[in-house]
Design a protein around this ligand. Structure first.
Ligand code: PEP
Ligand code: MN
Length: 344
């Protein structure tokens, strides 16, 4: 259930509504919008009586939320959620680009790529310090040492860090460095982890599990919003199908569908989605064409030498070429993307 109040509602009236919700054993969530204040309700809402709220001062409307997911739904908040990072936004008209190598491999590698990306106008740097690998014998990431490198890079280049957390034990270390905490496909339904991630209050990049439905993804996001953390970015990164000619099947159907269900920003990771270096650019363009708010792309200074996912990483030149195409495409789909031409 959702209680709609006017933005001018006095605090006293808002508190009265919240107390009434709490007395019924439910949890109120204040969701301010540009034209109204919505109070979302989670918990055993069958005990609530719509009419009791309808008559309370400053209440405009009481709405039943019919979907399984509540706080993430467009019913709860019709306007798009925009996450503001100061020098860049995610979820606005501005196309958000997150780029960087799959893993942190060395200080030199990270300084080099951060410098190259920053010169291209990129404000979000991705790189995993903790890597979830299918084989226990594959490179598992530089871990704490990798986080220290990310912290140095963040300060030197004034770039936002997107990095993955694998478990609650290392969450405090990751949260200290990350501007956006990434929850990978393998952990999308690790509910204990995602609740803890939500509690940090940091923006969260939630990747779709490889066999998760759109509804599963939205319900996982709901766990984070239920911690009163509304800064969640959803990421389509390909699902497992019978098709074996590509690493995953990038489900671009999901983009407009998810955007119709939720106010949260939706980005696409074509690198993991298709997994083939020379096919990332067309899928990146297709992602933007179908309404993605942004992209996450693996870019490595020298993909041939990458310690993970080199075969699906672009080199800086290839990436820069893609940015040029994105800047041409963006206005056609009502997005803004300013190209920075400073790369040699
Ligand atoms: C990654 O982004 O490096 C990654 C491991 O992605 P995913 O969780 O989508 O497999
Ligand atoms: Mn990767």
């Amino acid at each position: 259930m959702l209680i709609i109040m006017g933005l001018e509602a006095p605090r006293e009236d808002i508190e009265k509504v919240k107390t009434k919700i709490e007395l019924c054993g439910c949890i109120p969530h204040e969701i301010p919008g540009s034209s109204k204040l919505a109070i979302g309700i989670t918990g055993p809402t069958n005990k609530l009586n719509e009419d009791d709220f309808q008559l309370m001062p400053s209440v405009h409307e009481v709405v039943r939320v019919t979907k399984k997911f509540k706080l993430v739904s467009r019913q709860m908040k019709s306007e798009d959620t925009v996450i503001d990072f100061g020098n860049a936004k995610i979820g606005s008209k501005e196309l958000a680009i997150i780029a960087g190598p799959c893993s942190v491999e060395s200080r030199e590698q990270m300084f080099l790529i951060a410098d190259q990306l920053k010169n291209m106008g990129i404000n979000f740097l991705r790189a995993g310090a903790y890597k979830p690998r299918s084989s226990p014998y594959s490179f598992q990431g530089m871990k704490e040492e990798g986080l220290k490198i990310l912290d140095e890079v963040k300060n030197k280049f004034d770039i936002k860090i997107v990095t993955e957390v694998l478990n609650p034990g290392t969450l405090p270390l990751v949260a200290e460095v990350a501007d956006i905490i990434q929850v990978g496909a393998r952990n999308m339904q690790n509910f204990n982890l995602i609740e803890e991630v939500g509690k940090t209050g940091k923006p969260v990049l939630l990747k779709r599990g490889m066999s998760a439905t759109v509804e599963d993804l939205l319900l996982s996001a709901e766990y984070i919003l239920a911690q009163d953390n509304y800064n969640v970015i959803l990421c389509e990164r390909g699902i497992r199908t019978f098709e074996t000619s590509t690493r995953n099947t990038l489900d671009l159907n999901a983009v407009p569908v998810i955007k119709s269900y939720t106010h949260l920003p939706v980005i696409v990771d074509p690198s993991h989605g298709i997994g083939i270096g020379d096919k990332i650019a067309p899928m990146a363009l297709a992602s933007v064409a179908c309404g993605a708010d942004g992209l996450m792309i693996e870019v490595h200074p020298n993909p041939a030498e990458a310690m993970s996912d080199g075969f699906q990483s672009l080199n800086p030149k290839q990436f820069e070429k893609l940015l040029g195409k994105l800047s041409q495409l963006a206005p056609i789909v009502d997005k803004e993307f300013e190209l920075c031409r400073t790369v040699k």
